[in-house]
Unconditional design. Structure first.
Length: 386
């Protein structure tokens, strides 16, 4: 049986008891455990994968902490997490035509499309019976994988950073620009000021913005990530200079700083992703007609606003979940051409996956954390693995 990581409700309860429910002391690595997995039979529309590399994602952090919902408990006591992977096709069902053994593919995490193609649920999170990809092998339906663009100019670790974050950024961007353009036409204003706060999704969002000719600002506490983005033409702002927006004065100073950088106007589009203190700062820095988008709630799931204030400024707040299957395929076309992610300096071994998650939780990584699952890589992939 292939090995795979799991999160059990029992392990969460034990860790919560150990730390007296103090999430500051909670150790994720004590909850994410190496387990074994019985794969389902390969059905006619299924693809059997050998997982090559995965990226660590924050929903696993939420699943392990059980800070938003206790998803392991809701799913019957245990989940097998992991919703971003690069894999090699080992076998395909009799009705699969898009893939063949030996192909290298990416996953997307749309677990069950609604009538418009957007996910009702996320694979390996709240989709019932879904088994994630933090394991050596997996069986998935063919609509859940996308051909990997191995010739896009990125290395394997950079490609592995993107399957979940790139479609999210792609969707956030097309929503944000679409909403802004409903209010202000291209004829009125061509070049927009776009702001993103620290994190992989925001980085990719800003890459889309500069690719289309806009001005972009990356406000992060990480010097490594700011440096990487600066090399791509994105202007860095050190979030720590504003004390991570702990007080109202910090938010005011940040807003003033951005107005100063933009000739008094502010930013037309802000990508938040974290909420909490970052939300107030993003809102304050918006120009008239501004749009604030987010698909994350890492620091807080709630957000308040003054309707009168936002109405007078004609501000739109948008809440995004994840792309359609079609949009996830489209986002993949931009790997290497637009998306050039920051990757954490250590590529973790499979057995170190819990540590990768722990370090992500502690925010001590220099970029997106990648875990190498397979030691032996297919030849065309091995040459992309520095
Ligand atoms: N809906 C979706 O499809 C989707 C997809 C991906 C992610 N998400 C969610 O979006 C959020 C961000 O994910 P990501 O993958 O972009 O992040 P990421 O690459 O893992 O980075 C997380 C970022 O959080 C920032 N951070 C951590 N603690 C902070 C604090 N106390 N104050 C301010 N910033 C802090 C860090 O920014 P600094 O550089 O400033 O330290 C770090 O770069 C997560 O909640 C995740 O679950 C949602």
């Amino acid at each position: 049986m292939p090995r795979a990581f799991s999160i059990s409700a029992a392990a969460i309860a034990a860790e919560r008891q150990r730390v007296g429910d103090d999430l500051e002391r909670f150790e994720i690595a004590r909850v994410v455990a190496l387990d074994q997995l019985q794969l389902r039979e390969v059905g006619p529309r299924d693809v059997h994968l050998r997982i090559l590399a995965v990226s660590a994602e924050h929903n696993v952090d939420h699943a392990a902490l059980a800070d938003t919902v206790n998803i392991a408990e809701l799913r019957g006591g245990k989940i097998f997490p992991g919703n971003s992977a690069v894999g090699e096709v080992l076998a395909v069902g009799s009705e699969v035509t898009r893939f063949a053994p030996g192909d290298v593919v990416l996953t997307h995490c749309n677990g069950e499309p609604d009538i418009y193609g957007y996910p009702l649920r996320i694979w390996a999170y709240d989709q019932p019976d879904s088994i994630g990809w933090y394991g050596e092998e997996a069986v998935v339906a063919d609509w859940q994988v996308i051909p990997a663009p191995l010739d896009c100019g990125l290395n394997l670790w950079e490609i592995a950073a993107l399957p979940l974050r790139a479609p999210t950024a792609y969707h956030l961007w097309r929503r944000a620009i679409g909403i802004f353009r409903l209010k202000v036409s291209r004829g009125q204003r061509a070049r927009l000021n776009v702001l993103g706060f620290g994190g992989g999704v925001s980085e990719l969002f800003l890459m889309l913005a500069i690719h289309e000719g806009h001005r972009a600002f990356f406000c992060s506490g990480s010097p490594e990530r700011r440096k990487h983005l600066e090399q791509l033409g994105i202007e860095p702002i050190d979030q720590r200079e504003f004390n991570r927006f702990a007080g109202r004065d910090n938010v005011k100073a940040f807003s003033k700083h951005l107005k100063g950088l933009t000739g008094g106007e502010g930013v037309h589009i802000a990508c938040d992703m974290l909420r909490g203190p970052v939300y107030a700062a993003g809102l304050a820095a918006l120009a008239r007609m501004g749009v604030n988008v987010s698909a994350g709630w890492q620091l807080d799931a709630g957000c308040n606003y003054n309707s009168a204030n936002l109405s007078v400024r004609q501000i739109t707040l948008d809440h995004v979940h994840f792309e359609t299957v079609e949009g996830s395929n489209a986002a993949t076309e931009l790997y290497g051409r637009v998306f050039r992610p920051t990757v954490h300096r250590e590529i973790y071994a499979f057995e170190s996956l819990p540590r990768a998650l722990e370090e992500m939780h502690k925010n001590v990584q220099t970029g997106i954390p990648i875990v190498r699952v397979a030691e032996d890589l297919p030849a065309e992939v091995a040459k992309l693995a520095p």
